[in-house]
Design a protein around this ligand. Structure first.
Ligand code: PLP
Length: 421
């Protein structure tokens, strides 16, 4: 069971929602820090342990700085993510650049930033060399095990995945880079997304450890770090359990002792690129009820829409919903909870049991702290909402203002078309 609580009292939440324009995102600083410290402590045995926070999960400097203070880095896959990380004080090898289908100017920028570049493809060796004019001292490759590994529900079957270097190409990648004078090597994979079964993570470690040993034998290249990617899931549903990270860590340690140490590859640095598990449970989307109505079904219409949180519409994902101040009431009503987009899949929940909802009620949508605000969009002219941080001292600070119509229109040419050719 995972308990779905608010980070502040219901009374306080109602007060916040009356002060601030809804919808908005609220992140719980204390919980993010506590989780980051726990994660680091669990992997204290692992040489050079680090989590490169996947910036796409919550690209806000306040979040990046918080994690940087805990010793974590940033995993970027675009130029703006790279710039955002640098502006948040994360630089050099604290940046992992894991891109795919990468434009040359982004390779160049990642090289110039001194980031660790994680190549997605064997043809990217040449692409990087051309873009940067040279190769960095350190390189990493993303491995796709293909038919050697069954996929998970979200990321799908590795054979169908567009990412990574295949089993038959991987050794050659390192041979080529060694010949070209690259000095330091890493090995990456990402074969799961939102996975709650810890054995999947342990098996990924086993696969990468074995591959590092094979690369040592066949390419004469010593892998210095293993990048486990992201993909650790969170229990979106109250009846799901958190992944037992302590167990994952101790099983990985056993594998390390049994495989890496005898192969003479110790110390082998171990890093992750988790986004979801770092901030997901600690972010909340706060919204107000605009309409409650009966059609063929009962509907609750919010002032938030899938433009604020796309996951339910995109993946059919469950996000728990709390009707603030009604936690003692029985959940004896069944509603579809909708947004206002002209899209019938703009629903946060379908046939959800809730207490009786009234117009003006405040609802909190849980587990929105990763792949939430960042997946937002402007379709139907919906403006992106504000983000706030609930600080350790109990204060609430704005970390992103809500988009205005002027912001939204700022790239348009109202004074007529601009001739480009
Ligand atoms: C999305 C992504 C991550 C983060 O995944 P989470 O599920 O948020 O942990 C890490 N690495 C890469 C390459 C990704 O694409």
């Amino acid at each position: 069971m995972s308990e779905k609580k608010l980070p502040i009292g219901h009374g306080q939440m109602l007060e916040l929602a009356s002060h601030m324009e809804t919808p908005f995102y609220l992140y719980d600083e204390t919980a993010i820090i506590e989780h980051a410290r726990r994660f680091r402590k669990l992997f204290a045995w692992a040489p050079g342990f680090c989590n490169y926070y996947a910036v796409k999960a919550c690209p806000n400097p306040a979040i990046l700085k918080l994690l940087a203070q805990e010793g974590f880095g940033a995993d970027c896959s675009s130029l703006p993510e790279l710039l955002l990380s640098k502006a948040s004080g994360i630089t050099g090898k604290k940046i992992m650049f894991t891109s795919n289908d990468t434009p040359p100017e982004e390779f160049k920028a990642a090289y110039e930033a001194g980031a660790i570049i994680n190549l997605d493809d064997i043809t990217h060796i040449e692409a990087l060399e051309q873009a940067a004019g040279t190769l960095p001292d350190t390189i990493c490759f993303r491995y796709n095990p293909g038919p050697d590994r069954t996929g998970n529900a979200i990321i799908g079957n590795p054979v169908e995945a567009k990412y990574g270097v295949t089993t038959s190409q991987i050794v050659d990648c390192y041979k080529i880079m060694k010949e070209k004078g690259v000095k330091h090597f890493g090995l990456h994979t990402m074969v799961a997304s939102n996975e709650l079964d810890g054995t999947y993570i342990v098996e990924t470690a086993r696969m990468l450890f074995a591959l590092a040993i094979r690369i040592q034998k066949e390419a004469g290249v010593r892998i210095e770090f293993i990048d486990m990617g992201g993909g650790i899931g969170i229990p979106y549903r109250p009846d799901q359990e958190v992944m037992d990270l302590a167990k994952v860590s101790s099983e990985m340690q056993e594998l390390y002792q049994g495989m890496i140490v005898p192969a003479g590859l110790d110390p082998l640095q171990i890093v992750f690129e988790c986004g979801r598990v770092m901030t997901g449970p600690y972010g909340y989307l706060v919204s107000k009820v605009l309409h409650v109505t009966k059609k063929y079904k009962d509907y609750v219409g919010l002032d938030a829409s899938m433009a604020n949180l796309m996951r339910p519409a995109l993946y059919g994902s469950y996000h728990h919903i709390t009707v603030v101040g009604k936690d003692k009431m029985p959940c004896d009503h069944t509603y579809d909870v909708t947004g206002s987009l002209c899209e019938n899949n703009d629903k946060f929940a379908i046939d959800r049991k809730l207490p009786e909802v009234k117009k003006g009620d405040v609802v909190v949508i849980h587990d929105a702290g990763a792949h939430g605000h960042s997946m937002g969009f402007n379709y139907n002219g919906k403006l992106r909402c504000a983000e706030y941080m609930l600080k350790r001292d109990g204060s609430v600070v704005m970390i992103r203002k809500a988009q205005t119509c002027d912001d939204y229109f700022s790239t348009l040419r109202f004074d007529g078309a601009e001739v480009v050719i």
